[in-house]
Design a protein around this ligand. Structure first.
Ligand SMILES: C[S@@+](CC[C@H](N)C(=O)[O-])C[C@H]1O[C@@H](n2cnc3c(N)ncnc32)[C@H](O)[C@@H]1O
Length: 215
């Protein structure tokens, strides 16, 4: 799901001049490619480092992630938490829980990450916390619903990141032939664009990441 088709040698240059994956993430990446059906859903080296850096810049007390998968992005973001901070991550596929738990432990983050199994749209309204940083990265047809549900739980001045907002470039394709996911992403992008309560920028890394600031 690499949206930006950079020349191979330029991509190699970027990767070799950015900090390499540490051994825990490298092992998680290998396991994800061996053991899951859609390993490309995982954030990976560059996006993972970006998530980590954004989190380190914010130093959040509370992070919410919608869509854990094998835990790669959760580990990256949890590294930026304040000392006593906590990351809650929600995943509805129970087959993925053992691998993410195993790697939260390997990363020394078991105490900082709470993994909740279930449907994010049902779980978010039950959460007591207010969040400094939210990462939306689950079912593309539900992005607008996640946004509406989660905004009530984001503190003023808080940040939301949403992955795959360019959806392989399909967001600018012809509307008649659009699949449900593309419609979902477009609906989300329009919703954010027309929300006077936020400012946002789309970063053209990988499949497009939207960075949103709640005013
Ligand atoms: C793109 S993957 C997440 C990748 C992960 N954030 C990373 O960067 O490594 C999306 C995940 O969201 C999960 N998911 C989809 N719909 C969901 C829902 N309504 N509630 C919770 N999890 C959901 C899927 O099972 C899948 O594991």
């Amino acid at each position: 799901m690499i949206m930006l088709t950079l020349p191979h040698d330029l991509k190699h240059y970027i990767e070799t001049h950015s900090t390499a994956e540490d051994p825990v993430l490298e092992e998680l990446s290998r396991r994800t490619w061996w053991e899951t059906i859609y390993p490309q859903m995982m954030s990976g080296t560059l996006q993972g480092k970006l998530l980590e850096f954004i989190s380190r810049m914010i130093t959040p007390e509370r992070i919410l992630e919608i869509g854990t998968f094998t835990g790669y992005s959760a580990i990256c973001m949890a590294r930026g938490l304040k000392n006593h901070g906590k990351l809650i991550t929600i995943e509805n596929n129970d087959e993925l829980l053992s691998i993410s738990k195993e790697f939260f432990d390997k990363a020394g983050l078991t105490d900082k990450i709470e993994l909740i199994h279930g449907n994010a749209l049902e779980i978010i309204p039950t959460l007591k916390d207010f969040f400094d940083l939210v990462f939306i990265d689950a079912e593309k047809t539900e992005y607008a619903d996640y946004y509406k549900t989660v905004m009530k739980k984001v503190r003023s001045g808080g940040w939301i990141l949403a992955d795959n907002v360019l959806w392989d470039g399909k967001v600018i394709g012809s509307t008649e032939r659009m699949d449900a996911e593309t419609h979902g992403i477009r609906r989300f992008n329009e919703l954010v664009k027309n929300d006077p309560g936020v400012e946002q920028i789309i970063l053209p890394l990988r499949d497009g990441i939207m960075l949103i600031r709640k005013k």
